[in-house]
Design a protein around this ligand. Sequence first.
Ligand code: NIG
Ligand code: FE
Length: 404
Amino acid sequence: MSLSLWTHCRLATLQADTTPAYGLIGDGALVVDGTQLAWVGPRRDLPAALRKRCSAQHDCGGALVTPGLIDCHTHLVYGGDRAHEFEARLHGASYQEIARRGGGINATVQATRAATPEALTAQSTVRLKHLLAEGVTTVEIKSGYGLALAQEHKCLQVARALGRSHPVDVRTTFLGAHAVPPEFAGRADDYVDAVLAMLPRLHEAGLVDAVDAFCESIAFSPAQVARVFEAARALGLPVKLHAEQLSDSGGATLAAAHGALSCDHLEWLSAAGASAMAAAGTVAVLLPGAYYFLRETKLPPVDLLRHHHVPIAIATDCNPGSSPCTSLLLMLNMACTLFRLTPEEALAGVTRHAAQALGLPDRGVLAAGQRADFVLWDVHSPAQLCYALGANPCVQTVFNGQPR
Ligand code: NIG
Ligand code: FE
């Protein structure tokens, strides 16, 4: 296999706990061997023997190079939109009221069930392309707008197929416990039984990389979520949780007890929840798009997470109800302006810590042995990626060793 050399770049390796910040290397070089990084470091340290083996050379034109971005929490595959609910909220209705009236997630369930796989693919492709244009190389996509076996199967298959038809790694998460669908209204426990019946079938079909649930007064109780988690763990599947978004339900403590990869949202996270997450190595995925779009006022307890050394990831939460967002760069800015993350924390949140939130140790930093997923940016400093609003300085993305 031939090697290729990438030079004339600054590298933000995003390796943990490095000095200088961001793992910055001023005059860097990368050697790609097939789909992997074979060598990463200052150009002057590149061994001559390795340089000689490089048959292709790429001049990065002075670009900043980061790991490929990872959007570790999306609901990208859905039918319809909810602009009418956005409008209703501007006339005074709340997100919870709309959900209780049968709108909200269930409005999207209706539109998603009515959509053909082709129609779902077409509208989801538009969203995926926005993410890819900003250097995303791994994206997690949740189900949860089908809420019946054939419908969840359809959505997960569309998600998987998007990963085959585009240069991006798609990780699929089964979110059957997202809402109680109308045919189970008032019978949440019966619906959880149905979720438990769907899970092994979808797993057998190879459609499930992880299992998620929505723990909230308008969704599922901790006891109901625990049943889903037990079933997932029995199949050897990792779990994650929409936890403490609108209230403190104790979801984070429950998820940590099941060794969850991540707890997501977390505006109402308690000190006990944070310390349980720290002990379990659970990542905190913060979703500034949903906080912004729902005009929440309760900030996630970032200082508490820092105090407990809980790794923080950032994602778009791309979905039609609470975060109709397809820009991970905008989320970097919002993580800094709204949540007061430092740009270095925010960038680790869409690289190293996002990889951890998906249980993927082979990506998220620039280092030998990692996947060759990286992005060239026309910026001088990593902070510029967080600072601008609406700019896209992505010059080139390399996915799995191939420029795309
Ligand atoms: O992450 N919190 C639950 N699920 C989504 C919202 C889904 C919707 O409103 O359609 C979220 O915010
Ligand atoms: Fe979500």
